[in-house]
Design a protein around this ligand. Sequence first.
Ligand SMILES: C[S@@+](CC[C@H](N)C(=O)[O-])C[C@H]1O[C@@H](n2cnc3c(N)ncnc32)[C@H](O)[C@@H]1O
Length: 244
Amino acid sequence: MGDIYEDPGVLAEYLLFHYGSANEILPPEVGWPAGMTESLDFAVRTPSRFSRSQVGRGLDLGCAVGRSTFEMSRSCEQVTGIDFSHAFIGAANRLREGHQEFYERLDEAHHKTTLRAVLPEGIDPGKSEFLQGDAMQLPDDLGTFDRVHAANLICRLTDPELLLARFPDLLNPGGELVLATPCTWLEGFTAPEKWPAGDTLTWLKDHLGSQFELKACGDEPFLIRETARKFQWTRSMLTVWRKS
Ligand SMILES: C[S@@+](CC[C@H](N)C(=O)[O-])C[C@H]1O[C@@H](n2cnc3c(N)ncnc32)[C@H](O)[C@@H]1O
């Protein structure tokens, strides 16, 4: 299942998920349930869970097409977004360079609508960089960060404990880690023996608790549009940690 994030259709879904307007995702002529509209802008909401201050370096792991990386750059001097998908990193880089990214929103059957993603307003593209890479094998010389964000990544890794073990070295003392996970453990991504033995929150506390303080835990819903009539609605568990 690792290659799904190279698929052009999935790339288009993620461009819409990260950069689509409310009207492009949920056309206003339909009476959508409130829960759907409240689930928009996930890639803007999760970075907003960092504290308000301006900091130096940020890292966004599993950044996909880059919206959360750009949002982090509003309050970080420099942010690195890393994703395993060449297709996603290519799109993020083109947006950073100021290009428009045209994509096809699937409506149904052969019916598609061409849409355009652009760099969000107020973003200084010079503050972000995007790298293709593996969050389980990050380069030794990546340095340390004031903020690390990893949204909906952990349960897509073949060996998530490799990343959990790396977090203490990635964060500066006092640094913040925002982790979101829908806890959708699937054999296609992670072998069952690598899943948490109990619930995901207890597993995170067991791995991070000695070096991080858990500051907050809550839900962040998100909505990914597949067609005009089919959506993935998911409730991600978001935790905020502070490095001791
Ligand atoms: C469910 S998506 C979430 C993307 C984004 N953070 C969001 O919330 O929209 C999972 C992302 O993790 C990336 N990914 C999967 N395995 C990875 C790995 N080993 N290292 C880095 N990124 C990975 C995928 O390419 C994909 O972009």
